[in-house]
Design a protein. Structure first.
Length: 239
């Protein structure tokens, strides 16, 4: 019973998001450690653990910042109805600033590492470690920021496309209804019957006038049939 409850709890939407975020953070931190091992094959186990914790803290902060990035991407979309917006420049500035600002504490941590010669690294100045970390992590930070913004933008574009399709369908339906109404106005069976009755009454007394009445009625009927035919071709009826 307890296992079933745990499964239901883990399948909740918000819990799935948390689990995916934790798995992503651990995976990225592991990749960072592997990268450091590749760059420094003689790195000690203690240094490895420190880099792992550093990566976990680093990307946990970015995970916590993700809702803010999502809000910013929705509040200032890069595209509206398929057209680029000035907000593209805003996201470029914010993404660059976020990368530069968050590299400051990471550079400070790396500076402390160099002071204690973790991994055999020689001591470095604080400015040098900041520039080193900025250069090494700016790609990952910028890639993550633009990835989140890109996903939000894709969802907004899909929503705009659905709204545009719904609006086009609504306008088409209104135009079809207007055409059908016009067809009904032109083709009035009671009026047609009245015209034919009048022509019949005039057939003996005034044949020329009766003929003119019949030709006029036939013309109206022909115009109504042509209008109705064009409408039905646009929207054929289901069998």
């Amino acid at each position: 019973m307890g296992g079933a409850q745990a499964v239901r709890w883990a399948l909740k939407p918000w819990m799935r998001i948390v689990l995916i975020a934790v798995a992503g953070i651990v995976a990225i931190a592991t990749l960072i450690v592997l990268q450091q091992w590749f760059l420094q094959p003689k790195m000690t186990l203690h240094s490895t653990w420190f880099f792992m914790v550093d990566g976990l803290i680093d990307w946990t902060v970015w995970a916590l910042m993700t809702p803010g990035i999502v809000w910013l991407a929705r509040r200032f979309p890069m595209f509206r109805k398929g057209r680029p917006q000035p907000a593209i420049l805003l996201h470029g500035v914010v993404g660059t600033l976020a990368t530069a600002i968050w590299s400051i504490p990471i550079g400070f941590i790396s500076w402390i590492l160099t002071l204690y010669r973790f991994g055999g690294v020689e001591p470095m100045a604080l400015t040098s470690t900041y520039l080193y970390e900025l250069q090494g992590r700016s790609f990952y930070y910028s890639f993550f920021y633009w990835l989140v913004v890109g996903v939000v933008t894709a969802r907004l574009l899909a929503r705009d496309a659905q709204e545009a399709a719904a609006e086009a369908a609504r306008l088409e339906s209104e135009a079809l209804a207007a055409d059908l109404h016009a067809a009904r106005v032109h083709y009035d069976p009671r009026g047609l019957a009245g015209h034919l009755r009048t022509a019949a009454e005039l057939a003996e007394a005034d044949p020329a006038r009766a003929e003119a009445q019949i030709l006029e009625t036939a013309g109206e009927l022909q115009r109504s049939l042509a209008l109705t035919s064009s409408v039905t071709r646009q929207r054929p009826c289901a069998a």
